[in-house]
Write a protein that binds this ligand. Structure first.
Ligand SMILES: Nc1ncnc2c1ncn2[C@@H]1O[C@H](COP(=O)(O)OP(=O)(O)OP(=O)(O)O)[C@@H](O)[C@H]1O
Length: 439
């Protein structure tokens, strides 16, 4: 009896120790215990899983058996001999699974006739077979496919990361593979940020404001919600338009500024403002647009001219702005082709795409549809309980699930106020433009 109690006490202490290890140091727990078990199980189950997910191919093989009839279950018995030539299901060769922060990754050799798309199509079935949260397939080179497994959803809780020190770069959240989600305007200059109401669009804009506020950049806001979103950050904004009429004027200013910067670069023999000597290099401008659709919605024909002007000016900024240090971040609930050809043309210029949870399939298609159908499926599956989760494409041509850090309006307001002294005034930025602009 005493011995049994001792054994029970030891087992309870062991369980508590394991629980505490997992709770307080999940990284080492994963590496020491769970990963080796997962690697062995993945390797051991690969034949069955590949067969079940349709990733095997029939090949003729010589097969030796002491009981000839038995091999009939794996293929067609051609010759009833111990050494037979039969058709067997061949699985793709699998390397050893390697540990990652949130799971494991393994390289496979594709079989003849297979493409990475076949593995992407089977990803959901693979995830269920191995009991992991998700599997993503990518192809680093022809003939190889890398399966990346995330054992649990790393986006359930996203902790803050240190701010990026690079100009025009902001770490806004985390990608599903555990890497920081970074928006770098110098790599991807223009972004579309779509999502239904309460999906986390403004939270992402807040994260951008917090990240950009301490940097030597000018921020310009277009808040077509009548100014309710961006007015609290006005101290760090060089200009703010809160209606379509104001937007027309501000966009015309931006186009004139861009043309002026073109002249400056031409004179100096530079292709973009970053090739100019620092002394004469104009300040980069990040343009934040909230409720993009409002710029295009037409109530009656009298608005046609105004819409045509805004649409053309915004498109010109998107087409030419990159070289002249003008970057766009456009947010909207609906970005559909029904808003007119201006929106479709703008989308083509925005290589950065962020799609939060959306209500209508068309917005997801407009935002991601030209990238990868699998991204579209993933975007449509974002649950309402996880605001801030989005499908992101841009930086490296791939798409990822990601989640922004939770950044409250108060935090963004505080950042805007704390760095208000870095705000260049719009008059200062446009001072050397022709009088028609300054008038
Ligand atoms: N990354 C996040 N992590 C946790 N909670 C979040 C995150 N992003 C947003 N939320 C929560 O979701 C709520 C809605 O977010 P947000 O206001 O950014 O949505 P929205 O898409 O801008 O909505 P609307 O279009 O109505 O303004 C926020 O109040 C916040 O509580």
């Amino acid at each position: 009896m005493r011995d049994a109690l001792v054994v029970l006490a030891v087992l309870a202490a062991l369980a508590a120790g394991l629980w505490a290890w997992r709770r307080w140091h999940p990284g080492s727990f994963w590496l020491a215990l769970r990963y080796p078990a997962a690697a062995v199980s993945v390797r051991a189950s690969w034949r069955r899983v590949a067969l079940g997910c349709g990733l095997t191919k029939k090949r003729q093989r010589f097969w030796f058996t002491t009981v000839p009839g038995l091999v009939a279950s794996t293929g067609v018995v051609r010759v009833r001999r111990r050494f037979q030539r039969i058709a067997v299901d061949t699985k793709p060769f699998m390397w050893l699974p390697m540990p990652t922060r949130h799971g494991w990754r393994v390289t496979l050799h594709t079989l003849e006739g297979q493409t990475p798309g076949d593995y992407a199509d089977a990803a959901e079935a693979l995830a269920h077979s191995w009991g992991v949260h998700a599997i993503r397939a990518s192809s680093p080179r022809p003939g190889r496919v890398v399966l990346m497994a995330t054992v649990y959803d790393p986006l359930v809780k996203v902790e803050h990361l240190p701010a990026s020190a690079d100009l025009l770069t902001v770490t806004v959240g985390r990608l599903e593979d555990g890497r920081p989600w970074t928006i770098d305007f110098r790599v991807v200059p223009h972004w579309l940020n779509a999502g239904a109401t309460q999906s986390g669009k403004s939270n992402l804009a807040n994260a951008l404001i917090v990240g950009l506020a301490p940097q030597p950049v000018a921020l310009v806001g277009f808040d077509l919600k009548g100014g309710v979103e961006f007015t609290p950050y006005a101290s760090r904004l060089s200009a703010l338009a809160t209606s379509r009429a104001e937007s027309v004027t501000l966009l015309e200013d931006l186009v004139c500024l861009m043309i002026d910067r073109m002249g400056l670069c031409r004179q100096a023999g530079a292709r973009n403002i970053w090739q100019l000597p620092p002394g004469i290099r104009p300040i980069p401008i990040v343009v934040l647009v909230d409720e993009l659709a409002e710029l295009y919605l037409m109530a009656d024909k009298s608005e046609k001219d105004e819409i045509a002007k805004t649409s053309t000016a915004l498109l010109r900024v998107a087409q030419l702005g990159r070289a002249f240090g003008i970057y766009l971040f456009c947010c909207g609930q609906r970005i559909g082709s029904d808003l007119g050809p201006g929106v479709t043309a703008l989308r083509a210029q925005c290589s950065g795409r962020i799609c939060h949870r959306v209500n209508d399939p068309e917005t997801a298609t407009m935002t991601l549809g030209d990238l990868d159908p699998a991204a579209l499926v993933s975007a449509r599956a974002i649950p309402a309980e996880t605001p801030g989760v989005a499908i992101v494409a841009g930086q490296d041509g791939q798409w990822y699930r990601a989640r922004s850090f939770y950044v409250t309006e108060q935090t963004a307001e505080h950042a805007a106020r704390a760095h208000a002294h870095l705000t260049p005034s719009w008059d200062e930025i446009t001072s050397h433009l022709p009088d028609t602009v300054n008038a």
